[in-house]
Design a protein around this ligand. Sequence first.
Ligand code: SAM
Length: 413
Amino acid sequence: MDKSLDIEKIIMHKFENNRRLFLVKFKGYEIYTWLPLIDIEISSYNLIMDYFISKKIKTLPPLSIKQRAKNLYNMLASISEEDLNIFVQQFDNFILPKSKLDILMQDLESLIDVNREIELNEKQIQQLRERVLTEICIQRRSEQLIKLQEQEWMYNRICDNRVPLKICNNRDFAILPEYLTYVNEYIASDGIYIPCTPPEKFFGCGSTNSFKKHKCSKSCACMALFEVTPAYNKEGLLSLNRRKAIHECNKMCNCDEDCRYRVVQRGCNVKLLIFRTATGTGWGIKTLEFLPKGTFIGRYVGKVIPWEEGELLSKSNGREQYLFDIDCYKMDNGHSKYTVDAYYYGNFTRFINHSCEPNLTVFNVWINSLDNNLHEIAFFTKRNVANGEELTFNYRKVFKYCKCGSFQCKPQK
Ligand SMILES: C[S@@+](CC[C@H](N)C(=O)[O-])C[C@H]1O[C@@H](n2cnc3c(N)ncnc32)[C@H](O)[C@@H]1O
């Protein structure tokens, strides 16, 4: 019988060659088929019972050994999500054995005598339960790996990083949040306009009439125009120590795409892993290569909402930590005009955890939007970072139970 078809009702039964056959109708189909008891008893035992009762047939068919073994399996399998996550920790690094479900079911069947209640002692129950739970873990793990693979593929289809992202969870059965839409840019909420080109009066550096692309140097006209110190060295690493505004060359400039003042806009060029942390902070980001100080990591993106809306959202559980104010310039009321909400829309940076001793730092960057209140929020490494280290920044919102584990950690009392 096709396992994907559900039986809606049993119409009648008959005996043929000493076998009881049932005429069944499948859910959603006008199909009627004769099936032997053995084919339907596991999935539709209650239907068979109801049918027998309705027909006033006294002898109910006994449960088959298979069904009883299945019931026993289900009984042993009952466990909460939390306990399953604890159970799976016994397998180092989530390396599970090969499935032995067939042997387990055979063993359960051979334990069962159709006419008698089975009696198992505590130790037998414990051993069987461990085998059943192991099978559940194997099943859940294979479903999870398929899902994580799909999510990695979906993220990389959209993600504009120059190196593909990797996703890995060797801690529990969680997958990445399915409500998250991966985006590379700010998404404007109703009534907000995000400029994607500089105003016309801005000419950029180099002559726009020239066909020959010019090379920007320390004396790039943009830096003089915006009265900023050039932010990057020749290797494209951040050379500012103090938090200053960064202006990059933009769409109006006549310099190469690989100009040294186009770092953030070129995207992340680092091998990154979205992983499940061991410290109970959920997902996090780690680098899969050594990063020198000043390496650009990513832009914090998401839905741009008015600051006041962010304030309201921050009161709802779990949302606050995904909100980031675009706050280089404050309004008269002392707050930023806009906030980025990365809860439903965001990129990998929404998974960066907080640390009281972080290895990332945040800079405000203007590229094509020259609106004071709509700059980019960019992460750079604030020191050399070793291959395999988790990337963190300081949220500047203290956690009651901070799990960053650093010596500087200041959890709220
Ligand atoms: C912006 S998210 C970071 C990604 C998050 N770990 C996840 O799985 O989506 C912020 C949330 O991560 C967790 N988190 C981040 N840093 C933490 C820390 N130092 N201590 C405890 N929880 C932390 C908190 O649950 C917080 O609400």
